[in-house]
Design a protein around this ligand. Structure first.
Ligand code: OXD
Ligand code: MN
Length: 585
């Protein structure tokens, strides 16, 4: 008798009508075959899905050029279909589940004709972890099949694990005809189901990532008492060899991958990478917060990645095991057959093709060769500083939670909240300037609580309440901190050097958690005095550092007023405790 999984795959195939169905087993040999299909048979926009890059300098690496309209997450086409609109909240697009399914069934009828339907069984989290979830995604494009193999623990063991159970997360994905008018990413949280059509872009198409690990998982977390967050997880080793684990949430394309594998400028410190995008966090039996990274790969923004900004990422990309490594919408150095992007090491090559494969003239002002949201996809096991705890099914214990954003003005370089409730309030009012990771105007300030505005799978008023409840479950909750690397001076230049120097801020944070660093009290929280930060060897004038740590209560009034308007949107779902904090101002 067919299992629920087999029946579901058959049903979906009945709708999509693929030419063939291929169950992936996760082996290397299979990955080579799928890459081969992408090099030869499968096409996107008339071109092959993959182009093989220079075998000796970029072993196992392939360039993928997406459809030009399909280069970032499409938040306006992303829906969370709870039975009622209020549960989805003002932070999500909503459609009644039945109507959504009718619409998607019409668009999906025969969408895989002439194509292979890949069946991808995968785990989010280590299979031995009590927090891991078994999932199956269907897709009709090699790019997604290969990406999922990098980003998740994919293999036939997952089919055995699911067995005759109904308990697995389902994802249906098809690129359809890539028509933006027929593009939708719809979530059905009560059914553990994601349905995505019309896009091949990472956040829209790798359904284990944002769709499941954040939108659906955040809803499961509400029901089951845990948190699914848009956070990196790192271990910070100090000169005595102690490792303190912290999580940090930053909006998309604000330097999360750089922070996750930072090479510290202060001798004796070391960063160990557990995760660069997603953290699932549970309160353990010891009353502490524990975090796992459910993914196994890195899907980072390429432009700006260099030996100066992120040497460990450059090393990861060159590691050359056969996972493989993918480049999406970067430019191509046509002479060397190497990927290229703005900010890569070395001089601009002479003969560059832009992200759409057109000859690029670097003298043409404002024209970028690589798409600003071009990406690499690489296995975390290739990262030279991957934490030895990465595969620990229990995860790592968290001592501090960091929130950050991209703010030209106002927000100090770092500060600590007064306690859990105040920290949740401060994270709820967070704002950040928008980036190219999603399709919208760039550089506009938007409220992005906990860097989760595009990813929270239910009403954010309830989400804030859930954060408050999690705090109550802990004996000694981690401190909540805020960072902003992005303050600019009158000439528009970044004041803080960032990158490896950010260790100075992390050092202050971990010393605060050990009560070894000082701070001064301000209306927004505890801010270091310049002398509280290790500035030995730092090339930032004292007055600039003071400027970065300044809190001007007058300037905060506008910010608070704007945050209040945002809070009002959540009506009676907004927890009273946050209004209480708001009214303290
Ligand atoms: C990502 C994103 O791809 O946040 O990680 O957009
Ligand atoms: Mn992200």
């Amino acid at each position: 008798m067919a299992t629920p999984l087999e029946r579901w795959v058959e049903e979906q195939a009945g709708l999509a009508e693929p030419e063939s169905i291929y169950w992936c087993d996760g082996t290397e040999e299979e990955a080579r075959k799928i890459v081969e299909a992408g090099l030869t048979k499968e096409k996107i926009n008339g071109h092959s899905v993959f182009h093989e890059l220079n075998r000796s300098s970029f072993p196992g690496s392939y360039l993928h050029r997406s459809h030009p309209t399909d280069v970032a997450r499409t938040e306006h086409l992303t829906y969370v279909c709870h039975p009622d609109k209020v549960t989805a909240g003002p932070n999500n697009n909503w459609m009644p589940p039945l109507e959504a399914k009718e619409k998607l069934s019409r668009l999906s009828k025969g969408c895989m004709r002439g194509r292979t339907m890949y069946v991808l069984p995968y785990m989010m989290g280590h299979p031995d972890s009590p927090y891991a979830k078994a999932c199956v995604q269907l897709t009709d494009i090699s790019y997604v099949a290969v990406s999922m193999r990098i980003m998740t623990r994919l293999g036939k063991g997952v089919v055995r694990k699911i067995g005759g159970s109904e308990n697995f997360v389902r994802g249906f994905h098809s690129v359809g005809d890539l028509d933006p008018e027929k593009r939708f990413i719809m979530h059905f949280p009560d059914e553990n189901f994601v349905w995505s059509i019309g896009s091949g872009y990472g956040g829209n198409a790798l359904l284990g990532k944002k769709c499941f690990s954040l939108r659906i998982a955040s809803w499961l977390g509400l029901k089951e008492g845990w948190l699914a967050e848009h956070m990196i997880i790192i271990g910070i080793e100090d000169p005595e060899g102690r490792i303190t684990y912290v999580v940090a949430a930053l909006p998309s394309a604000c330097g999360k991958t750089n922070l996750a594998m930072l090479q510290p400028s202060i001798p004796g410190y070391k960063i160990w990478t557990v995760g660069d995008d997603i953290a699932w966090m549970n309160v353990g039996p010891d009353g502490r917060l524990w975090a796992i990274n459910p993914e196994t790969g890195l899907f980072g923004v390429a432009p700006g990645t260099s030996l100066k900004t992120n040497p460990n990422m450059v090393r990861t990309l060159k590691a050359g095991t056969f996972y493989p490594t993918l480049y999406t919408n970067t430019a191509l150095d046509a002479d060397r057959n190497e990927p290229w992007w703005e900010g890569r090491d070395g001089p601009v090559p002479e003969n560059v093709l832009d992200w759409q494969g057109r000859r690029w003239d670097h003298l043409q002002q404002d024209s970028k060769a690589a798409h600003p949201n071009s990406r690499f996809t690489a296995a975390i096991s290739q990262c030279p500083v991957v934490s030895r705890e990465f595969n620990n099914p229990k995860g790592v214990p968290i001592s501090a939670i960091i929130f950050g954003g991209r703010r030209t003005e106002l927000i100090p370089l770092v500060y600590e909240s007064f306690g859990w409730q105040h920290g949740v309030f401060s994270a709820a009012r967070m704002g950040s300037e928008t980036t190219a990771a999603a399709i919208h105007s760039i550089g506009a300030l938007r409220r992005d609580p906990m860097a989760m505005i595009p990813f929270c799978g239910y009403n954010m008023g309830d989400y804030f309440g859930h954060w408050l409840d999690i705090g109550k479950k802990m004996k000694d909750p981690p401190g909540i901190f805020f960072i902003n690397w992005f303050r600019r001076d009158e000439d528009g230049k970044f004041i803080w050097p960032g990158f490896g120097e950010n260790i100075r801020i992390l050092k202050w944070i971990i010393n605060r958690t050990n009560r070894k660093a000082g701070a001064r009290e301000t209306p927004i929280g505890l801010v270091p005095r310049p002398g509280d930060i290790d500035t030995r060897g730092l090339d930032v004038p004292a007055e600039k550092l003071e400027e970065l740590l300044e809190v001007n209560p007058g300037e905060w009034d506008r910010e608070t007023e704007d945050a209040g308007k945002f809070f009002e949107k959540f009506g009676d779902r907004m927890p009273a405790e946050l209004w209480e904090e708001f009214n303290k101002k």
